[in-house]
Design a protein around this ligand. Structure first.
Ligand code: GLY
Length: 572
């Protein structure tokens, strides 16, 4: 366990944030010390558990639940804390998806993905010669979609026990009083410093006169003020009034498109969750505008048909089969998936047994199927997203993935409002067959249109066993998200691994194009040799995914935060 020790005075978060409950005064601020904390990679809890990208955010979520909140309260508090302590991807200036199940068995899919501004148009990133100017879809004001996170949180509140003003207060305290950053966070902030300066029009807390060091305290007063407006006015505290005016003023200074009308019109949407059976387990996932749920259903159904479990874990035959189902699912993604309010996604067909059997007809267990023989578009996206999983003993399950897209999004901080805007417009296809910042191309299904949501890979996922809560899982990682969730599920459900092994075993990824298998450092050499002999191109990747997983077993909640980052668990 990494113990973070820094020579700063212990300051408790100033406000007691949770009212008296069950005759007991509980104060989230008294439980969470943002100046001295450790990273807990796994924990076994009795009542409630959180796994997220930052230990402080997980601790805030757990403290809220210990004070009497349910998993929805814990998830909202964790998400808001991430918006402060994990500015790479935690956000109020981005968007995301929630897949959840209440203790009464109601399943929920909430879409708070960003939308293209009203003034956006299909060719907005093309110059007069028709060339794509992808720097504009990737950096600065024009790259930002209309944020959805605050609208999403306000919808999740209906399932929570506490009002927003209590759930948001720990985040306000963290922003106002500061928190100690880790070495990793200092490196990330220093790395993005020049881009933050170039793409913002006002000074912000993320850039100081000297470089950041691990152990420094980051105070963000402007963000605390924005969160306070949200606390006091709810959704209108972000989409109207002073915060909206600050966003629009920032857009005007930087020639962006988001208007007061865009903000006023933004709505989070409830969708029908994807639900399917896998060998007796029920898997629940996110439908479009995320591709994640469909891809996971396709991949799980294709491996079930071929009985993956007869092959040893990470052996050449098991990896080869999984690579081939990943290839076929991702080829479908580029051609067929987009915002369902704008494009008819053939979801029933794509996930039908007959279609998937046809898809695997040319599968050959002795060699690679060249991607050139499977027609569709290239898909590759950002790694800078974040996931949180929350489960309580009453049976509420919450899986939320949110993103700014690139690391620190558009690198534009809204002047005097203290938060980063996303660069999610780059998840659209800016021009057919022109790759975005991560190499993705697409077509009509994912073309830009006003108010349209850009296609995502985010895959917040739940699993039930005997119709009871079993697993809450998700990960960041762009296009590697569906494959990382797929592989975590395979590790747990097919190979019956412990949650810790399921998260930390080496991962691999194929996304149809480029026609290569990405693999992590500690991948077995014999498996790689076997794949090369069968005609696969292998590509070493530093790391794939950062999975946050909670499994309920024998009445206990086993939470695991991925070993690949500073991610942490908390619970009680
Ligand atoms: N921006 C990454 C995703 O939505 O998949």
């Amino acid at each position: 366990m990494l113990r973070i020790k820094y020579a700063v005075a212990l300051l408790l978060i100033s406000h007691c944030t949770i009212a008296q409950l069950n005759q007991k005064l509980v104060c989230a601020g008294c439980k969470v010390d943002p100046y001295h904390y450790s990273v807990q990679k796994k924990g076994v809890y009795t009542h409630a558990a959180v796994a997220s990208a930052h230990p402080l955010a997980s601790m805030v979520g757990a403290a809220i639940m210990e004070a009497g909140g349910n998993a929805f309260d814990g998830a909202i508090a964790t998400q808001l804390a991430l918006a402060v302590v994990y500015p790479n991807a935690g956000n109020i200036g981005g968007g995301g998806f929630m897949v959840a199940r209440t203790k009464t068995g109601k399943t929920i899919a909430l879409d708070f993905r960003e939308t293209a501004p009203l003034k956006a148009s299909q060719n907005m990133y093309l110059d007069s010669a028709g060339n794509a100017q992808t720097t504009l879809s990737q950096n600065g004001h024009l790259a930002a979609g209309v944020p959805g996170t605050v609208a999403g949180i306000c919808q999740i509140l209906r399932f929570a026990r506490f009002p927003l003003k209590q759930l948001i207060q720990p985040a306000i305290d963290l922003a106002a009083n500061g928190y100690v950053i880790t070495e990793r966070e200092s490196r990330a902030l220093n790395g993005v410093r020049a881009m933050l300066v170039a793409n913002s029009t006002r000074p912000s807390a993320y850039v100081k006169s000297t470089l950041w060091k691990g152990g420094d305290t980051l105070v963000n007063t402007a963000l605390a003020n924005t969160l306070t407006r949200i606390r006091d006015k709810g959704q209108k505290g972000f989409y109207e009034g002073e915060t909206a005016a600050l966003i629009v003023a920032e857009m005007q200074r930087g020639k962006g498109l988001i208007s007061l009308e865009d903000l006023k019109q933004y709505q989070a949407k409830f969708r029908n969750p994807i639900s399917f059976d896998f060998q007796g387990y029920t898997i629940i996932g996110m439908p479009p505008p995320s591709s994640g749920g469909i891809l996971i259903q396709q991949m799980m159904q294709m491996i079930a048909e071929k009985n993956l479990g007869r092959h040893p874990f990470l052996s050449t035959p098991s990896v080869q089969l999984m690579v081939e189902v990943e290839r076929r699912a991702f080829a479908d993604r580029a051609a067929h998936m987009g915002d369902p309010d704008f494009w008819k996604v053939p979801q029933q067909t794509l996930t039908s047994k007959a279609y998937l059997a046809e898809r695997m007809k040319d599968y050959d267990s002795t060699r690679a199927t060249p991607s050139s023989s499977i027609q569709a578009g290239i898909v590759k996206e950002s790694n800078e997203t974040t996931h949180l999983s929350v489960l309580d003993a009453a049976g509420n399950m919450v899986s939320i993935t949110t993103t700014l897209n690139g690391s620190y999004g558009s690198q534009t901080v809204v002047g005097d409002a203290g938060f980063l805007l996303n660069n999610e417009m780059d998840d659209f296809s800016v021009k057919p067959n022109v790759p975005n910042m991560y190499g993705a191309v697409g077509g009509a299904a994912n073309a830009i249109a006003p108010k349209k949501r850009m296609l995502s890979s985010m895959s917040p996922t739940l699993v039930l066993k005997n119709k009871q809560p079993y697993i809450v899982v998700g990960t960041p990682g762009g296009t590697t998200i569906p494959t990382s969730v797929f592989q975590s599920l395979v590790n747990l459900l097919v190979y019956q691994m412990s949650p810790e092994d399921a998260v930390n075993q080496p991962k691999f990824h194929h996304q149809w194009l480029p026609d290569q298998v990405d693999y992590e450092q500690n991948f077995p050499k014999t498996t790689m040799d076997g794949l090369i002999k069968m005609g696969y191109h292998l590509n070493n990747k530093y790391q794939i995914g950062r999975v946050e997983l909670i499994q309920q077993k024998a009445g206990k909640l086993h939470a695991v935060a991925d070993g690949r980052g500073d991610d942490g668990t908390a619970g009680f």
